[in-house]
Design a protein around this ligand. Structure first.
Ligand SMILES: *[C@@H]1O[C@H](CO)[C@@H](O)[C@H](O)[C@H]1NC(C)=O
Ligand SMILES: *[C@@H]1O[C@H](CO)[C@@H](O)[C@H](O)[C@H]1NC(C)=O
Ligand SMILES: *[C@@H]1O[C@H](CO)[C@@H](O)[C@H](O)[C@H]1NC(C)=O
Ligand SMILES: *[C@@H]1O[C@H](CO)[C@@H](O)[C@H](O)[C@H]1NC(C)=O
Length: 446
């Protein structure tokens, strides 16, 4: 492991010290709304290290998608969305001073536009050899590819969110980006690894490393590292000697220590708390080493409080940007992902995740000392009923579904994870675009 964790060089040690010394002052200035300090080097704010990539829209990546991909005819939904072109023409605006765009640009509100000409998908499926079978929809026989070509266009953000592989690589230079959470965060990790891998000029200088439960993508020529730690509840799930499983609401898994010092931390939790019956991963809840009984909501709230306290005590906000990704929607039952080939265009989606749990997340984030950027991707993802693997996934033997299984979508379709290339690429574009803005702009308000 040590060889993967380059020690801090002398100069970055000094810089880290300088930034942490400044952090109190910076935070004070920020909370007072005095964002003028951002440009100055003495007040090197954490996002300052990301801000220099803010520039022109991603050029088409020149890999000839238009030839390779037969774009399906535009449907009515795409036509409607395309009527609204105001932000797409012309060069990107100059970097906007922090604070100035407040109120106009909400990256998570907007519309999906069909955009195969502007670099979507960000990589071809075949360009990501390490992609896991579960979400490699093309490899598993998905015949349509239109779902790869939609771009999220935030309302009022101009072209500030149009990042491509090259910009992503530049943002990752000399950085450690760490994802912690469930398989949906793994989906997001894998997407970012694919985006970066496809953009690296010399792909032989990259690695996928499995290290004691962590999965790590490294681009050596960029000293860029993207890591995933599986922890679906964030708090510790422990299997006892008698094989019973305890969910310890006041403890975090030891591996969380390994994420310390990362430049970016992206957390999520959600789905596993809603599992019931046989799917429930724990047999009992524990606090102070004792078995306790409480409602699911109360347990969820306690777990998030444990996590929030850990972040507040262990994360240095002058060095690390913290994100919490909102719930990734499933498309089961009423709005079912099977056979869907275009996004929902009329905006009516039945939310499936308990609103009470969403409020618990938002309340806990608001109460934290550490600025946590809420990646509010739930709504934009709800529209992407077309973007799940559906039956183009694998069965329990790890093989693509056979003819018989393909005929039983109710049993076999995966309407929770997302095909790659696909929707999680957009989550990452929004994550990287958020990195270039001060955390206060995107921190939960109110
Ligand atoms: C998340 O985004 C949705 C859709 O844009 C919006 O309705 C909701 O208020 C946002 N939530 C928060 C906490 O910002
Ligand atoms: C490599 O990246 C790490 C962060 O992951 C950073 O601490 C270190 O200083 C970088 N090394 C060099 C030589 O820049
Ligand atoms: C799903 O799509 C396939 C191929 O287009 C079609 O043959 C099948 O009837 C569809 N099934 C349903 C339930 O719509
Ligand atoms: C929205 O579109 C879906 C199908 O895409 C349809 O079932 C639903 O009735 C529509 N809702 C409204 C309000 O138009």
């Amino acid at each position: 492991m040590d060889s993967l964790r380059p020690a801090l060089s002398m100069s970055s040690k000094k810089q880290a010290l300088a930034t942490s010394l400044c952090s109190l002052a910076c935070l004070f200035l920020l909370s007072a709304g005095l964002l003028l300090a951002v440009g100055s080097h003495q007040f090197q704010a954490p996002w300052g290290r990301f801000a220099r990539v803010q520039k022109a829209p991603a050029p088409p990546l020149g890999r000839g998608h238009h030839d390779v991909v037969a774009a399906p005819a535009r449907d009515a939904g795409a036509g409607d969305l395309d009527g609204d072109q105001e932000e797409d023409a012309g060069p990107a605006p100059a970097p906007v001073p922090a604070g100035e765009e407040d109120g106009e640009c909400d990256m998570f509100d907007g519309a999906w536009v069909r955009d195969d000409a502007a670099g979507y998908p960000l990589y071809e499926a075949a360009e990501c050899p390490f992609q896991s079978d579960q979400v490699a929809c093309r490899r598993n026989g998905r015949p349509d590819s239109g779902y790869e070509q939609w771009r999220w266009r935030p309302r009022g953000c101009g072209s500030r969110t149009r990042l491509g592989g090259a910009e992503s690589l530049e943002l990752c230079q000399d950085k450690r980006l760490v994802f912690v959470g469930d398989s949906l965060n793994r989906n997001m990790w894998e997407s970012l690894a694919c985006i970066l891998y496809a953009a690296v000029p010399d792909r032989s200088r990259t690695r996928i490393i499995e290290d004691a439960g962590a999965e790590i993508f490294r681009a050596m020529d960029y000293n860029c590292s993207v890591e995933f730690y599986w922890s679906p509840f964030l708090v510790k799930l422990e299997t006892k000697d008698d094989q019973s499983r305890a969910l310890k609401l006041d403890q975090l898994p030891a591996m969380l220590q390994r994420t310390m010092g990362a430049d970016v931390l992206v957390f999520n939790t959600g789905h596993w708390w809603t599992h019931t019956g046989k799917l429930r991963a724990w047999d009992h809840l524990e606090r102070d080493g004792k078995m306790v009984e409480m409602t699911g909501e109360e347990a969820f709230n306690r777990a998030l409080r444990t996590w929030a306290r850990w972040v507040d005590h262990n994360v240095d906000p002058s060095r690390t940007r913290v994100f919490f990704r909102s719930v990734s929607p499933e498309h089961k039952s009423v709005s079912w992902c099977y056979n869907q080939t275009s996004p929902i265009s009329n905006g009516t989606v039945a939310p499936w995740f308990p609103k009470s749990l969403v409020s618990i997340v938002e309340r806990n984030i608001k109460s934290m000392r550490t600025p946590v950027t809420y990646l509010n991707i739930t709504h934009l993802s709800e529209l992407r009923i077309d973007a799940h693997p559906s039956v183009y996934t694998i069965n329990q033997e790890g093989k693509p579904l056979n003819t018989e299984q393909l005929q039983q979508p109710i049993k076999y379709a995966d309407c929770s994870h997302w095909c790659l290339p696909g929707l999680p690429d957009t989550w990452n574009v929004l994550l990287l675009a958020s990195l270039m803005r001060p955390p206060t702009n995107v921190h939960l308000l109110g």
